[in-house]
Design a protein around this ligand. Structure first.
Ligand code: PMP
Length: 365
């Protein structure tokens, strides 16, 4: 007689039986609700677009045949990017649905069974998360106090673990600083695999590895348009030798860049004067905010080359809650990493938003 296998037929029991335990142990990435608040938590560009540019976007969007799949090669976006970056024709270029997707693509492509991903900590949390998703072993090397790379520890970790993939955010999120060029050059020279220099904040920084691609066969420069005014479009790009991008392109989903983004991004990338004026204003506001916050009692402001200011205050949780009550949302980093004790990450907003932030902080600190 056939044996009847008793089983508990609930969704939870199926989930427990088949979903990877490391996935079940996670909580989904928390995106704070910001309705009605001054939003200084996510490094977005705070400026609404001028009416003339909105009209251009509307016209471009209206012409999109949304009944058809998008151009799988996203040629119009690539052409606009190559032009605005002045890329040599020989450079490989791959686009992602945000640079988040490119981090996932790169990780999946390199995740051989025993492969290691290496990154300094604290840095962008999605590096580690993607190592976990792809089943790659992750090694984190603490930054020095003050957030410089611990070059000797990084080189020792490279020698010990032979990482297939190294992520360096340049400038770093959430600390805001640029790492030393020499340290990165030493890492590029020592690494046996790909080194991703993630330049999400390039528009607010005084340095870039993009012009140096030809010098390093294992360098990939990752960028996004999210911080320069297009976070809603979800568009990231990676530039590397074509030998790298050709392999990564095999992991990319065929239509990863939707048709509306493909139509609108070239319009905005063409507004180079507007984009650079906004970046310049954000840089000067950043200096104003950093100067004012540094004068608050028991506050420390760290050097930043991004569109956010990292500040240590006496009580980050109290300041975070007080700001929220005042209608301002920032990021409380307390508890993320020992180096970030009592730190707040404050995105630079419009001058009016920054005035509100500074007034509220002065009351709270
Ligand atoms: N890299 C870094 C260093 C970031 O800070 C961010 C956004 N917080 C990203 C990549 C992802 O950006 P996006 O997916 O919007 O392109």
């Amino acid at each position: 007689m056939a044996k009847v296998i008793a089983r508990d037929p609930t969704p939870a029991s199926f989930v427990a039986a088949v979903v990877r335990p490391e996935i079940r142990a996670l909580s989904a990435y928390p995106v704070a609700k910001a309705q009605g608040l001054i939003k200084l938590d996510a490094m977005e560009n705070p400026f609404p677009l001028p009416e003339t540019v909105r009209a251009k976007i509307a016209a471009a969007a209206a012409a999109v045949p949304v009944n058809r799949y998008p151009d799988g090669g996203a040629d119009a976006v690539k052409t606009a990017l190559r032009r605005s970056l002045g890329l040599p024709a020989t450079a490989g270029l791959i686009l992602g649905n945000g640079s988040d997707e490119l981090i996932a693509i790169i990780t999946v492509a390199l995740a051989k069974p025993d492969a290691v991903m290496l990154a300094p900590e604290p840095s962008f949390v999605m590096y580690r998360m993607n190592a976990l998703y792809a089943g790659m072993r992750y090694v984190g090397v603490p930054l020095l106090p003050g957030f410089a790379l611990d070059a000797e520890a990084m080189l020792a970790a490279i020698a010990a673990h032979r990482p297939a993939l190294v992520f360096l955010a340049y400038p770093n999120n959430p600390t805001g600083n640029l790492f030393s060029t020499t340290d990165i050059e030493r890492i590029l020279a020592a690494a046996p695999g790909l080194v991703v220099v993630d330049e999400a904040y390039y528009a607010f920084a005084d340095a870039s590895f993009l012009p140096r691609l030809a010098e390093f066969p294992n360098l990939l420069v990752l960028r996004t348009v999210s911080k320069i005014g297009m976070a809603g479009l979800r568009l990231g790009y990676a530039v590397a030798a074509p030998e790298w991008t050709a392999e990564l392109d095999k992991v990319r989903q065929p239509y990863n860049l939707n048709a509306l983004t493909q139509a609108v991004a070239p319009v905005l990338l063409g507004e180079s004067v507007l984009l650079s004026e906004q970046a310049a204003l954000l840089r000067s506001e950043r200096a104003r905010m950093a100067g004012a916050i540094a004068k608050l009692p028991r506050a420390t402001v760290f050097p930043t080359q991004t569109n956010f200011v990292l500040a240590r205050v006496a009580d980050a949780q109290g300041a975070f809650e007080g700001l929220r009550t005042a209608g301002i949302l920032v990021k409380n980093l307390h508890g993320w990493h020992p180096l970030l004790d009592n730190c707040l990450r404050i995105t630079v907003g419009t001058p009016t938003e920054n005035d509100a932030l500074l007034a509220a902080l002065a009351r709270l600190c």
